[in-house]
Design a protein around this ligand. Sequence first.
Ligand code: 3PG
Length: 306
Amino acid sequence: MKILLATQKPFAASAVAGIREIAEGAGHEVVLLEKYAEQSDLVAAVADADAMIIRSDKVTAEVLDAAKKLKIVVRAGAGYDNVDLAAATAHGVVVMNTPGQNSNAVAELALAMMIFMARNQFTPATGSELLGKRLGVQAYGNVGRLVGQKAKALGMEISALDPFLTDEQISSAGADPVHSVEELYSTSDYLSIHIPALPSTIGSIGYDLITKMPKGATLVNTARKEVIDEAGLEKALEERPDLKYVTDVAPDNLAVLKEKFGLRVFATPKKMGAQTSEANVNAGLAAARQIVGFFATGCTRFQVNK
Ligand code: 3PG
């Protein structure tokens, strides 16, 4: 089978080598499409692929229409909002993710971002410490829990909101359970977002929630830019000069935010949460193994379009 490894943002060489070893060891061929300039490059490359490994690459209906032989797409990572699931299902294509495999990298970045903002982006102005501050974690899944555990080791108090977990599950994973998003925002000195981009979450974090945050609070977004109502964020930062926003997913209005709010806002130049060689190897090799297993035994564990 031909496996297309399509990564606009390439994996570390060690991950590519590992993917090749697993796939070729099982008798498959790996074709590499990295750093492609246009979506049409992906559409062309997928024409004769039986399987595809992607990152945040956009698997649209157009891509799926062009992929006449495609049977499986594995998103090497957690969020699969970049895949048109309905179109994939209509084409009989199985879609999987690799949950948990890049979580530590994202969690470490979230922590780093908190310290970076607490220390005024490493400028000499007097900063503050994380010790004793309360961190609210919005969604206590693979990444959220790691952020909570690491923050606890730094002496922070942890609150978590997760509608899919019981209070007991949240407590036993080290956080104080919170039952509403309003309560979470109004009690958190740092708020780390880990919700997926869904119709119900897109634009859900805006002026009303952000202005509920306590004095001097920092909002940390390593999830998806779509969950933020950007106009509401701008208005909140305008009215509350004590608030800060740090994000791994640059908002569309970043230039305006930077101009208006200076060191109170920071965005990475390119999404880098999962961009460590360890995360690339973990997610990439898991994706390769899932494809090999799918073709060998029909295993559909981790399928997200059932
Ligand atoms: C994910 O959903 O796994 C992360 O956002 C990482 O995305 P990336 O593979 O494009 O860096």
